[in-house]
Design a protein around this ligand. Structure first.
Ligand code: NAP
Length: 279
């Protein structure tokens, strides 16, 4: 049996084990997938250990994605190097380990499968952290015109310079939102009930697509988008497609996306029920 896993810290609420295990079952593979809590200081040991134990593949999540680039034994591919983060590791012959990044592809596929045309669109990306960087780079390659708005304006300007776009602070959102074709939230704002909004939802209109990459709840941004008649896309399919791409890298097989989506949506219901139980 091949072992796969995800490393992160914290990791208890990861939906990847349910999602990837369901895919392995559907494909009839003799494989299992587990979550491991690995603090950043133990990442190198843990990856070398997984290689020694002949793991089939790994995912990395917060706070390890950028840290992986510091590990000499891990060779990032061109995309992971450009993005500056690794979320998937494959193990090849002679202990060769390659770092990949599937977050940007996950976001692009989520947008496209929802019916959005990215090429030539004016994209307003809120956030300049790890996920924003992967999305900005991938959408730039796809031919989008990108503006980036972030709380820390310097980070917005740096990321914008990297992808050939423009960077702004959050106070410019009032001006930027009405002009955009696609609005993406890649900040953490909206993960918690009490987070509220980054801008007044009445600025949205029905010819826009609004993509919130948060997947643990329906955010105020998505509610505002639906109220405005815009296309509202949540983060579930990005999670599913980044996992599907990782599975395809490891196995060379086509990922059973519908099965993986079902596992994630069921896992989310369990997380919500557990949270309500604690409330
Ligand atoms: P990160 O690197 O820590 O970046 C966090 C971003 O949020 C930064 O731009 C930060 O702005 C901004 N931010 C944090 N608190 C804020 C506040 N109070 N007001 C305004 N902006 C604030 O995190 P990440 O890894 O990119 O993840 C970002 C989000 O994407 C998370 O919700 C994560 O769950 C989600 N995500 C989803 C998927 C998926 O598959 N659907 C994949 C990856 C991530 P500053 O630069 O000013 O600090």
């Amino acid at each position: 049996m091949k072992i796969f896993g995800i490393f992160g810290d914290p990791i208890e609420h990861s939906l990847s084990p349910a999602m990837q295990s369901s895919a392995f079952r559907a494909l009839g593979l003799d494989a299992c997938y587990h979550a491991f809590r690995i603090p950043p200081g133990r990442l190198e040991d843990a990856i070398l250990g997984a290689s020694a134990m002949d793991f089939g593949g790994l995912n990395l999540t917060v706070p390890l994605k950028e840290k992986a680039l510091e590990i000499d034994a891990l060779q990032p591919d061109e995309l992971a190097l450009a993005i500056g983060a690794v979320n998937t590791i494959s193990f090849g012959q002679n202990q060769r380990m390659t770092g990949h990044n599937t977050d940007g592809t996950g976001a692009l596929l989520a947008l496209e499968k929802a019916g959005t045309v990215v090429k030539g669109s004016k994209v307003l990306l809120m956030g300049a952290g790890g996920a924003a960087r992967a999305i900005a780079y991938t959408l730039m390659q796809e031919g989008a015109e990108i503006s980036i708005s972030n709380r820390n304006i310097r980070r917005a300007q740096e990321l914008a310079a990297f992808v050939g776009g423009l960077g702004f602070g959050l106070e410019e959102l009032e001006k930027l939102v009405p002009q955009a074709d696609i609005i993406i939230n890649a900040t953490t704002v909206g993960m918690k009930d009490e987070d509220g909004r980054l801008f007044d939802g009445r600025l949205l209109h029905s010819r826009q697509a609004v993509f919130d990459i948060i997947y643990n709840r329906q955010t105020e941004l998505l509610l505002d988008a639906r109220a405005a008649g815009a296309l509202a896309i949540d983060g579930v399919m990005m999670l599913v497609y980044q996992g599907a791409k990782a599975l395809e890298i490891w196995t060379g097989k086509k990922a059973p996306v519908a099965v993986m989506e079902k596992a994630v949506r069921e896992g989310l219901k369990d997380v919500l029920a557990a949270e309500e139980g604690h409330a």
